[in-house]
Write a protein of this length. Structure first.
Length: 276
């Protein structure tokens, strides 16, 4: 058990673990601010003392979890995405900055008054942002995990999203033919034997792994989308950094037309837009 009685103690503890956790100073300062303990970085407030109750909070909620590699967003039960704060825990993925690029594309399409599906909603971050921006559209946030559905609904209520419904569904099986205008999805796409999974062991494997080749869920969504999308409907994916060509090849099996890639700030392809 670590003991922290002053910011000086905190600095010593952080220095002790900085080699293994290079972002520990940034993260503890963020934790202290989010928990209303202190908004002054501990490196500046060197000789400040900390209330006894706050010491217990820091030990129990920060150090015990952080030094076991629990992501900060799970410790805080909060993740900021697209300017909104979302409740997250180990039942849903932590939203990633790359997903904001997918939303940028959808929003920049300039469409509204459409029926849109957020397929594999998780925390609800994609669906919530679309709901707040595309206020005249009808949005469905679907997932096959009831715990994820509950978290998404909690976030929709918290953010006062008016035009969105949660649906417990095995991908698009709950929707009728020719009923959807746009499908947006960040499906599980990591290969089952990817060594990076070791770094993500606190996040739900069902939301990460896309089968042996990482493509099993893309294939299923293409299959369902062929039936559910209206003529000229759009299917927009986020995907892994090295999956572009494989997904384009898969799209031809279902006669989808490639519209555009979506690249990150480094020029890496992280998304694809298709049209029925």
């Amino acid at each position: 058990m670590v003991k922290a009685y002053s910011t000086e103690n905190l600095i010593e503890i952080c220095k002790e673990h900085q080699d293994q956790y290079p972002m520990i100073f940034r993260d503890i300062n963020f934790f202290l601010k989010e928990k209303n303990i202190s908004d002054i970085p501990i490196e500046i407030n060197y000789s400040g003392f900390i209330e006894k109750d706050s010491i217990k909070l820091i030990e129990a909620e920060f150090f015990q979890q952080y030094l076991n590699s629990v992501p900060l967003d799970y410790i805080l039960k909060n993740s900021n995405f697209y300017g909104y704060n979302f409740y997250v825990d180990e039942n849903v993925l932590i939203p990633r900055p790359e997903t904001e690029l997918i939303l940028d594309y959808v929003i920049d399409m300039g469409i509204n008054n459409k029926t849109i599906i957020d397929a594999g909603t998780g925390s609800g971050c994609i669906g919530a942002v679309l709901s707040k921006v595309l206020t005249d559209s009808n949005i469905y946030a679907i997932d096959n995990n009831i715990k994820a559905i509950d978290i998404a609904q909690y976030n929709f209520n918290k953010l006062d999203c008016k035009n969105i419904q949660t649906v417990l569904s095995d991908w698009l099986s709950s929707f009728e033919a020719n009923s959807i205008d746009i499908i947006v999805s960040n499906p599980p796409y990591i290969k089952a034997d990817d060594p990076h999974l070791d770094e993500l062991h606190y996040e739900p494997k069902g939301a990460l792994i896309g089968g042996k080749n990482g493509l099993i869920h893309f294939d299923r969504i293409f299959f369902d989308a062929k039936r559910c999308l209206r003529p000229d409907g759009y299917l927009i994916f986020e995907h892994g950094f090295d999956q572009q060509e494989q997904i384009i090849s898969l799209s031809k099996k279902y006669l989808f037309n490639l519209v555009a890639p979506i690249n990150d700030l480094q020029g890496h392809n992280r998304g694809l837009v298709f049209k029925k």
